[in-house]
Design a protein around this ligand. Structure first.
Ligand code: GSH
Length: 229
């Protein structure tokens, strides 16, 4: 298998965790990324395989797939052991909703923090407007973290056993932390879940590689990791 990923791609890193949790070998191709130019120029293989021109792209034999959620569902169908979804249709559907919650609901306020590691705009007024929006987004994220915390009280994982919902939500919680979102200190069950995942090599490797990529590519973010960055 070949995975087109990128150093700071939330969605491609989600696929990396799933591949490693399933014990699947893969060749990783890192596409170019800089904070100033983003994903430009696009990798030609990604453009050829994905009409959205985005990573992740996974090639398995003659199958070319894009979109992290579609890829994770394919991996589960094609390589069912160890499972990353529960068995019953109802439980599977609940887990898919959590994946969607991470990728589409939490992503909205997260996007409003994404200017922080990038180059400062020449006009300070532009930064001030971005930070106004970011402060509003932080309040929304705090609500999402509180909801996740409530769900995790008395639970080790979001869907019973470790699965794709944990992977997707882990990535958004990690990004919230690296972008100076609300510290996890106020959310005991969520913080314990985050540490539980960080103890797993697949999650720890992604977190360490993202931290290394930030040191190379990004400006320091004030308040990242609850001020411990
Ligand atoms: N819904 C897609 C989102 C993919 C996505 O946003 N990829 C970003 C990197 S994290 C990208 O390639 N952005 C470049 C662009 O949109 O031009 C997924 O789950 O894979």
């Amino acid at each position: 298998m070949k995975l087109y990923s990128a150093p700071l791609s939330l969605f491609a890193r989600k696929v990396e965790i799933a591949l490693r949790e399933k014990g699947l070998a893969f060749e990783r191709v890192m596409v170019p990324f800089t904070q100033a130019a983003g994903y430009s120029p696009k990798h030609p293989d990604v453009v050829a395989a994905n009409p959205k021109r985005q990573v992740p792209v996974l090639i398995d034999k003659d199958l070319a797939l894009y979109d992290s959620t579609v890829i994770l569902e394919y991996l589960e169908d094609a390589y069912p052991a160890p499972p990353l979804f529960p068995r019953s249709p109802e439980a599977r559907a609940r887990c898919r909703l959590l994946d969607l919650f991470a990728d589409e609901i939490m992503l909205v306020p997260l996007r409003a923090l994404m200017h922080r590691p990038g180059p400062r705009p020449a006009d300070p007024a532009v930064w001030a407007v971005q930070e106004d929006e970011a402060k509003k987004a932080e309040a929304v994220l705090a609500g999402h973290l509180a909801e996740l915390d409530r769900r995790l009280v008395g639970e080790s994982y979001l869907c019973g056993a470790l699965g794709t919902a944990d992977i997707a939500v882990f990535m958004t919680v990690l990004y919230s932390q690296r972008l100076g979102g609300p510290p996890l200190g106020g959310y005991g069950a969520l913080a314990a879940w985050f540490e539980r995942l960080m103890a797993r090599p697949a999650f720890a490797q992604v977190a360490a590689e993202i931290a290394a990529a930030d040191r190379e590519l990004s400006l320091p973010v004030e308040g990242a990791w609850g001020g411990r960055a």
